[in-house]
Structures are given as structure tokens and as C-alpha cells.
Unconditional design. Structure first.
Length: 488
């Protein structure tokens, strides 16, 4: 082979190699975000003890992140379209990394919660733009499907790494390190992005729905604040009812803005489509149950069962491994065989049974009989249901709107998670306080509070399963055709 031929072959291979190296960078950025969403749950009891959070106010460590993440997910994608995806991705990674440093150095409740909110903003931008970059890098269907499979596996498998790393860092060092570990990763991602990802320029002009983003995020933050503080202020107090009233007014203002602006954050016309409306409702209910389960089960294992942070991380591992396994294609195969409706309903039903098992977990519970069965069912249910939920949200929309529809359901998921966590954590705290006032011991009272929260979460899960099973209208052949492109 001549030198010219070798050079030509190398030139042909280089773009291919460059794209897959770029995918590795994007996956590393996504891994930072996924790690953060699971690693924090393991450290919650340590954060609570160190900074003096009450059990209900501790929810803000998670909710501050969820609210800004959900509130700015769609706006982040729009910024990428306007100003260039690589540039906005770099800004998102930089914001997330600096906010992680602030979280790791936090010495007060207010500072930590504020830094977590900034983290959520950076995470939203990274998540929204990473998918667009992958779609632009991989234009051939086969390569795109493979790239999406790798990205999905990293996102699902990152949960397993997060719970183990959270236990290791919290138990071996301190909770501060679960945030500080993001600093070197962020710096590597920034350097690799500058070298490997192609620079792109958006048009630099266009309308940003900033008012919509601010009103919906402010509305949900006020609603969550009112719910979290309802136990202390009183559920019928002027403060609680006033905050809820303002939250409703802001939500109505958001809907009015979305019906008027030319480039809405969340086009209301999407919700005239039956499957989109059902999928988003199901997403809100399911997220309300799942986020609260993750939060409260970590507290149950550490405060009631007296597990170490590392033991909590290992306890979560089975459910995360099952979710990762389904992300590699098992869920898509079920959809291709049975359509969207039944895998979604069956997955949510299995997760509901898992929540019911946690609702009866005793004070002196054993891992094999009282924790593991619920973990397995929740991992199995979530692994089966996630892909059908995304497909249902996009099954009625045109290909040009599929990214927007996916962003809408992800936003609904985050907002539902924040509200559900606030409601269920407050219910648990209220029941615990009532049982202590009635003379119960602390650990028994805490267990009863968690039982109530898990039971109400199971009601959310069952309602989601019934809605999905009864109201979705997606032919099996349509779901099968859509399964591979929507693996993200």
C-alpha cells in the first residue's frame, strides 16, 4: 500500500475515531450529572447531622436541584440552538463544576441549598445540549442508535457508581467529598471538549422564553416551600395558604405566557395530543413516588436500620444494576414485542408493589427479607417502564418535535419529583412528630412516618399504572417502529 493510500485511509478513519472520542467526552459530562443525582442520597443523613437540617427541610438539598434542573431543561436546549451547542455545553459544565465546589465547601444550610440550585441549572444545560450534540455527531441511523445505547447505559449505570461512591466517600472521608469529586472530572471534560468537540455557531438571535422559565420555576419553588414548611407553620395558616395562592397565580401566569409567546418553553398545543398528555401525567405521578422513595429509603436504612453509608450504597446497587441492564436494550425488546401500553403499566405496577413492601418494612428489618425484594421490584419496574414512557410522550408528535416532546416529559418528571418529594417527606415528618407526641420511641416513630410516605407513594404509582394502561392509545406496530430511535 502506497503512502498516499495510507494517508487517504487515515483521513477516512479520523472523523469516525474523532466522533466516538467526542461521545466519550459527552458521556463523561452526563456521568457527572447522573452521579450527583444518586450520590447525594447516600450522604443525606450525614448532611442532616452536620448542618442541623430537620427531616422535612432536608428535602431542600434534593429539591433545590430538581426544581432548577426541571425549570431550565427546555431553556438550556433553546440556548444551545441559538448560541452553539459546544459553547453552551462548556458553560453548563463550568457552572456545574463551580457549583460543586461551592457545595463541597458549604458550612450552612442556606449556602448548600443555594449551591445545589446552581448545580441544577448547570446540570439542565449539560443534559439538554449533550443529546443535541450526539444527534449532530451521529447522523447515520445505525451509528446514532449505537451512540444512544452507549449514552443510555452510562446514564443508567452511573446510578450504580453513584451509590457506591457515595457510600465510600461519605464513610471514608466526609459528605463534602461527594461534591468535590466533581472538580477534577469537570476540568477533564472542559479540556477534552475544547479539543474533541467541533465548534458550532448558532444564529445568535431568536426569542428566549425567559418569562416562562422564571414563572414556572418560581411557582413550583413556592409550592414546595409551602409544603415543606406546612408542618411548622400550620397547613391552614396564612403563610402556607398565601404561598400556595401565589404559586397558583404564577402557574396561571406561566400558562398565559405559553399561550402568547411565539417560541414557548412548553407549547400547550402538545397537550391536545392524548398520548402526550397521558405520558406527562404518568411521568409526574411516577416521579413523585420514585424520587421520594430514593430519598426516604436512604433515611430509613441509616436512621432506622442503622446502616453505614457504604451499606446504604450497596443496598441500592441491585435496583440500579437492573435499571442499567434494561437500558442496554431489554426494555426496547419488550416494547417491540408487546407495544408501549402494557410494558409501561406492568413496570409501574411492579414498582408499586416494591413501594408497598417498603411500606411494611419493620424497625428491626432484615436486608434479604425486608429491603432487597422492594429494591429488586423497583429496579425492575423502573427499568421496564422508562423507555415506554418516553415513547408514549413522543408517539403522537412529528419527528421535528420529538426532541421538544422528550424535553417536556423530562421536565414534568423533574417537577413531579420535586413536588412528590416535598409532599411525602412532609407527611413522613408529620406522622413521626405525631407518634412521638403520643409517646412512641424515636426509631419506631420514624419508621411509621416512612411507612405512611411509602404507602402514599404506592398510591401515586398505582394511579400512574392505571392511567397508562387504560388511556394510552398506541398501536404495537407503531411502538416497535419507534423503539430504536427513542432509546435516549
Amino acid at each position: 500500500m502506497t503512502d498516499q493510500q495510507l494517508s487517504a485511509e487515515h483521513a477516512e478513519r479520523k472523523p469516525h475515531d474523532h466522533r466516538w472520542a467526542a461521545l466519550a467526552v459527552l458521556c463523561m459530562g452526563a456521568l457527572m450529572i447522573v452521579l450527583d443525582s444518586t450520590i447525594v442520597n447516600v450522604a443525606l443523613p450525614s448532611i442532616r447531622t452536620d448542618l442541623g437540617f430537620s427531616e422535612s427541610s432536608l428535602a431542600w438539598v434534593v429539591n433545590a436541584y430538581l426544581l432548577t434542573f426541571g425549570g431550565f431543561l427546555l431553556l438550556g436546549g433553546r440556548l444551545g440552538d441559538l448560541f452553539g451547542h459546544r459553547r453552551v455545553f462548556l458553560i453548563g459544565i463550568a457552572v456545574f463544576t463551580l457549583a460543586s465546589l461551592a457545595c463541597g465547601l458549604a458550612g450552612s444550610q442556606t449556602f448548600l441549598v443555594a449551591a445545589r440550585g446552581v448545580q441544577g441549572l448547570g446540570g439542565a444545560v449539560v443534559t439538554a445540549v449533550a443529546l443535541s450534540l450526539i444527534m449532530n455527531l451521529f447522523t447515520e441511523p445505525a451509528d446514532r442508535a449505537k451512540a444512544m445505547g452507549v449514552y443510555s447505559f452510562v446514564c443508567a449505570g452511573g446510578g450504580s457508581v453513584g451509590v457506591l461512591l457515595g457510600g465510600l466517600l461519605t464513610g471514608g472521608l466526609s459528605w463534602h467529598w461527594i461534591f468535590l469529586v466533581n472538580i477534577p472530572i469537570g476540568l477533564i471534560v472542559i479540556a477534552a471538549t475544547l479539543k474533541l468537540l467541533p465548534a458550532s455557531r448558532g444564529p445568535g438571535e431568536g426569542q428566549l422564553d425567559v418569562a416562562g422559565s422564571i414563572t414556572v420555576t418560581a411557582s413550583l419553588m413556592l409550592a414546595v416551600y409551602a409544603i415543606v414548611n406546612g408542618n411548622e407553620a400550620g397547613w391552614t395558616s396564612l403563610a402556607t395558604l398565601g404561598l400556595l395562592g401565589v404559586a397558583i397565580v404564577l402557574l396561571l401566569a406561566f400558562l398565559w405566557i405559553e399561550s402568547r409567546v411565539s417560541a414557548p418553553l412548553m407549547p400547550l398545543s402538545l397537550f391536545r395530543l392524548r398520548n402526550v398528555a397521558v405520558a406527562n401525567t404518568v411521568g409526574v405521578l411516577w416521579a413523585a413516588a420514585m424520587f421520594a422513595w430514593f430519598f426516604l429509603s436512604a433515611l430509613y436504612m441509616q436512621l432506622v436500620l442503622k446502616y453505614s453509608p457504604m451499606q446504604v450504597g450497596l443496598a441500592f446497587l441491585p435496583s440500579n444494576l437492573i435499571m442499567a441492564a434494561f437500558s442496554l436494550g431489554l426494555s426496547a425488546k419488550l416494547v417491540m414485542r408487546f407495544g408501549i401500553r402494557w410494558p409501561l403499566a406492568a413496570g409501574l405496577a411492579l414498582a408499586t408493589i416494591g413501594l408497598l413492601l417498603f411500606a411494611r418494612a419493620p424497625v428491626g428489618g432484615d436486608f434479604v427479607s425486608d429491603v432487597l425484594p422492594g429494591m429488586l421490584l423497583l429496579g425492575l419496574g423502573a427499568g421496564i417502564a422508562f423507555n415506554p414512557l418516553l415513547l408514549a410522550a413522543m408517539s403522537d408528535v412529528s419527528p421535528a418535535e420529538s426532541g421538544l416532546a422528550s424535553g417536556v416529559v423530562n421536565t414534568a418528571f423533574m417537577m413531579g419529583g420535586a413536588l412528590g418529594l416535598a409532599i411525602l417527606a412532609s407527611l413522613a415528618a408529620s406522622r413521626t412528630s405525631a407518634r412521638i407526641a403520643a409517646g412512641s420511641e424515636l426509631i419506631a416513630a420514624q419508621a411509621e412516618g416512612y411507612h405512611l410516605a411509602f404507602a402514599v407513594g404506592a398510591v401515586f404509582g398505582l394511579t400512574a399504572a392505571l392511567l397508562g394502561g387504560l388511556l394510552l392509545r398506541t398501536p404495537a406496530n407503531q411502538a416497535a417502529e419507534s423503539a430504536q430511535p427513542a432509546m435516549h
